[in-house]
Design a protein around this ligand. Structure first.
Ligand code: SME
Length: 170
């Protein structure tokens, strides 16, 4: 299935999501391994959506630990409340940051990163991981990204639940 992945052409973000999300669903269908699926989702987002950095931080003992990603090397651990990802973990809600330089405590993994969106996956009422996407363009994320990436994170919550047997509460 992976060899059939089609990279959308054109600049329209909505059309790109409409092409990439169903392909992600096919990629993960029938594969129960969470790491394998998160790795392919990160690659599909990076190359399908042409994002600068796309990946996951998993919650381990109360802090975020770097998981599967595509893009430049990133910091490995983020404490709850720190940076954009730690903020999403603490508040249990998605964050859109139009200008990372204006976000108090933003963790700059790359000087090229200009804007960011972070969406938490919530299982059993707890954040279990966050999806982090960075752009090298300012103000690159809006409600369209939030809507499509929230759909994606619902799939990820399902994957997590399948792997751990825990219950998704939205
Ligand atoms: N900028 C993030 C850190 C992770 S990197 O962007 C990949 C933050 O402030 O949480």
């Amino acid at each position: 299935m992976a060899e059939n992945f089609i990279i959308p052409s054109g600049e329209n973000r909505k059309d790109a999501y409409e092409s990439v999300l169903p392909q992600i669903e096919s990629l993960i269908a029938g594969e129960p391994d969470l790491t394998a699926n998160l790795a392919n989702i990160a690659a599909a987002l990076k190359y399908g959506m042409n994002f600068f950095w796309a990946g996951f931080y998993l919650v381990k003992e109360g802090e975020l630990v770097l998981g599967p990603f595509q893009g430049p090397v990133a910091c490995t651990r983020i404490a709850e409340g720190r940076g954009v990802c730690g903020h999403a973990l603490k508040q249990k809600e998605a964050v859109i940051v139009p200008d990372v330089n204006l976000f108090p405590g933003h963790i700059a993994c790359s000087a090229e990163s200009k804007s960011e969106i972070v969406i938490p996956a919530i299982v059993d009422g707890n954040v279990v991981l966050v999806l982090d996407i960075d752009s090298d363009r300012p103000d690159d994320f809006d409600e369209t990204d939030l809507a499509y990436l929230t759909k994606l994170i619902r799939l990820v919550e399902g994957l997590y639940t399948m792997q751990t047997g825990k219950k998704v509460t939205v």
